[in-house]
Write a protein that binds this ligand. Sequence first.
Ligand SMILES: Nc1nc2c(ncn2[C@@H]2O[C@H](COP(=O)(O)OP(=O)(O)OP(=O)(O)O)[C@@H](O)[C@H]2O)c(=O)[nH]1
Length: 506
Amino acid sequence: MDPAQDKLVEALRKAISRTSILAEGNDPELDIALQSVRTDIAKTNDPKVVQKTLQSLDPFVLKFDEDRLARAQAFRGALLDLIDTLDEYPDRQVPLFDKKELESAIRSHWQSITKWPELLTKTISLVQKTLATPREERKQSLIKRLFSQRKAPNPNTTGTEIMAHVSHTLAGLLTNIALPENYEEQILDLKQALTGNNDLNQLPGLLDEVINLIMVAVGKTQEDLTSYLSQLNKQLASINASIVSNYKVQRNISNNRKSFNDELQQHVEDTHIDVRNATNLESLKSLINSRMSTISQTMERYQAQMAEQEKSAAQSISMLKSKVNRMEKDASNLRNDMQQKIAQAMSDALTGLPNRSAYQEAIFPLLTSSVKNQQPLCMAICDIDHFKSINDTWGHLAGDRVLKLVPRQMQNALGKEHLLFRYGGEEFVILFPATHLEYAQDVCEKIRTAIEATPFNMSGDPVSITMSIGLSLFNGKESHEELFSRADKNLYQAKGNGRNRVIRDN
Ligand SMILES: Nc1nc2c(ncn2[C@@H]2O[C@H](COP(=O)(O)OP(=O)(O)OP(=O)(O)O)[C@@H](O)[C@H]2O)c(=O)[nH]1
């Protein structure tokens, strides 16, 4: 193979290896197939073998598509079902325009997982608007009444039931999305929080968590990966076709060269015989002239052919190069996109703090390095006191404002190496790597006093807010759940002892 093609095959090999690493972790069977793709392409220089090995990935791409479709259908069904339930509410009116708009958005976007968070947010907004809109008794024409398709509102449906239904639908969605194992606990907690919830105020926070999980699990990352893999497969097929046609051009060139040599040799031999048989000088002269002109025509023809073939070979090599460059660029865009999406899914929309998923990513390496480096690690669980009454007295938006301001006070007291997470609701977790319990306790006290001393402005009045904190030191042997549970017990005690205090391990 010529050096240009060698380079192309090498670039292809690199692109496939890197992409197969990106795709890993989605399915154990796919992981095995990807491993064998990497082994095969490391061994061969033949583009046909590479293409054949890649075809073994096709069934996985198909399976991804089927799973995605089934999930999307369940999602669409759940949302439409929810709209039907809203229609049954006796005293409240579903705003017609918003309903139509939502139904049309569901119809257009139910298959696109990237649009799910938007559809969910729109659905919850329709629920909120419906609960705020009293039903008008509209006069209908007799014909309309006789032929109306719409179900009569069910007089037994209550607002609480509707909220329970909404929460139940969200919990059902969690069953329908494929999430990695380390999210199991989070899903379980979230499902528990959703099941039996009938409080509208709780919904935005819970919805935020559902959306985060969708983004993490089946969200854009996997969709991108699936479409990227099938797009990559197409690109590789087209590159393979170009390589094959390039081979043909090469083969033509060498065939032409051989037939030119044969033809030339034939002319020389013919001339030789003619010269031997020539009887006079005149006829010999005209014979040689004619032979020379044939030879020069053959050479011109050959040169023109060669120039044409070289041009087309150069064009096809430059096309191949640009295709490979595009593939490399696609792979790097996808990697950047994924990193960005992971970062989004790891942060809490309201406070901008790392969220519970980020906590779960952070805790394992911290426990391991605490044991390995024999350094202390502390965990604090911080909970705003009587937060429900802040919501009840000044409204949910005022509650949200407090949730944004409190972490700023906390961050002022924390060191650079301390990690603050919004664990959920009004609960925050701090991880103190390489920090002794006494020092972590001082920092927690600083946080507590700073929050107590800050007047929060509620409708023009300064209001004092306090925080209770449970603090524990990792004992080097326990699981992260055990450490969390000890810190949580300390928090519980802080609440029981009158709140606005820090309780640590004895
Ligand atoms: N505004 C707002 N409220 C939230 C959010 N997440 C959770 N909440 C509310 O936080 C409140 C938590 O109340 P509880 O768990 O009863 O605790 P508490 O009132 O803080 O009382 P103690 O913890 O016992 O001091 C609930 O009313 C939730 O609706 C949010 O994102 N925004």
